[in-house]
Ligand binder design. Sequence first.
Ligand SMILES: Nc1ncnc2c1ncn2[C@@H]1O[C@H](COP(=O)(O)OP(=O)(O)O)[C@@H](O)[C@H]1O
Ligand SMILES: [Mg+2]
Length: 355
Amino acid sequence: MNARLTEAPELNDGTPLEIEDATSAKVALDINEVCGIVGNSAALRRVLGNVKVVAPTDATVLINGETGTGKELIAEAVHKCSDRSNGPFVKVNCAAIPAGLLESELFGHERGAFTGAIARRVGRFELASRGTVFLDEIGEMPLELQPKLLRVLQEREFERLGDSRTLKSNARLIAATNRNLEDLVNEQKFRSDLYYRLNVFPIRVSALRERAEDIPLLVRHFVQQFSRRMNKSIDTIPSETMTALVRYPWPGNVRELQNVIERAVIISTGQLLVLSTEELELSANAPPVSSHGSGNLRATLEEAERQEIVAALERTVGKIAGPNGAAALLGLSRSTLHSRIQKLGISILRTATCR
Ligand SMILES: Nc1ncnc2c1ncn2[C@@H]1O[C@H](COP(=O)(O)OP(=O)(O)O)[C@@H](O)[C@H]1O
Ligand SMILES: [Mg+2]
C-alpha cells in the first residue's frame, strides 16, 4: 500500500503524544510552526521544551549535536521565541573564517588596524546589538581568541582591532558544535573557563537515527516542499520507500535526508516519488524485508516471486499490459500479475505514467 501525502497515514497523526502535559505539547507544536521545525518525537519535543524555557532569558545557549541535525534551526528558534526576535540574528561560522580574520569578524576593526584593513569595519557583536550572535562550530575557535569571547560574555566588553576604546555589547550568544567540547578541554584545545561559561544551558539535538519516528514527517515535508518548488505533483510515497528511508541510519542526519529527497523529486515525473532504495547503503543489521508467509519455504518462494516481478517491472518501466508489458514478459495474464502485485505488496516505482 502506498502512503498518500494527504492521507496522514500511520506515523503521522494517529500516533499518541507521549507528553503528559497538553500545554507543553501545544508549545512544541507552536514552535514547530513558527520556526519550520518538523518532527514530533519525544526527543525533539524535549529540545523544543528547552527552547521555550531558555528563549525569554538572556542566557547563553550551547547546542550540541551531529552535523545536519538542525542545530542552526534550533538556534533560530531560540532567537525567534525571545524578546530579541525583532533584532538581528547574526551568524558566524568559526570553521569557515580563517583564524587570523575571526577576531576582526567578531569585534570589528579600525581603518589601518592591519594590512588590508582599508576601511573601518563593524564586527558581528556590534551588528547584533539587541539581537543574537550565533557562533557555529565554536569548537574551531582559536585558543588565543577565546579569552576575548569570554570577556564579552562576562563583562559585555570588547574593543575593535586597532582602537583602544572599550565598547559595550548587548548581544545574546548562542553557540553550536558537533564536537565534544569536554574532550577538547582535556586535550587543551578549548579553555575550560570558556567552556563552563558557554555550558550554562546546554541543548543536545539527537541524531536522526535516534528519533526515527520523525523521518516520515520529514520525508513528507521535503517532498511537498521540493515538489512545490519544482512544480511537480508528487502525492504518493511508496510504503517500501518509506520503510527503507526509516531504516537507513542517516549519518548526515536531516541535511542528508533533505538531499536524498531533493534528488528523488528531480527524477520523479509522475505522482509517485521515485527513489532507488539501493542508493541508500542500507545498514548491515537492518532487518530483512518482511514476508507474508508463515513457513520458511513459503517466505522464500514469495521472495523469489517478488524479485522476478520487480525485475520485470523495472525492465518495462512499470508497464504491465501489452506486448511489451511485464505480464507478457513473465508469461502471466494481466489480471494474474495484477493480483500477485497486490498480494505481495509491490509498489511500482519507476514509471512515467503510473497511477
Ligand atoms: N526538524 C527539522 N525540520 C525541518 N528541517 C530541518 C529540521 N532539522 C534540520 N532541518 C534542515 O536540515 C538542514 C540542516 O540543518 P542545520 O540546522 O543546518 O543543521 P546543523 O546546523 O546541525 O548542521 C537545514 O536545511 C535545515 O533547515
Ligand atoms: Mg550547521
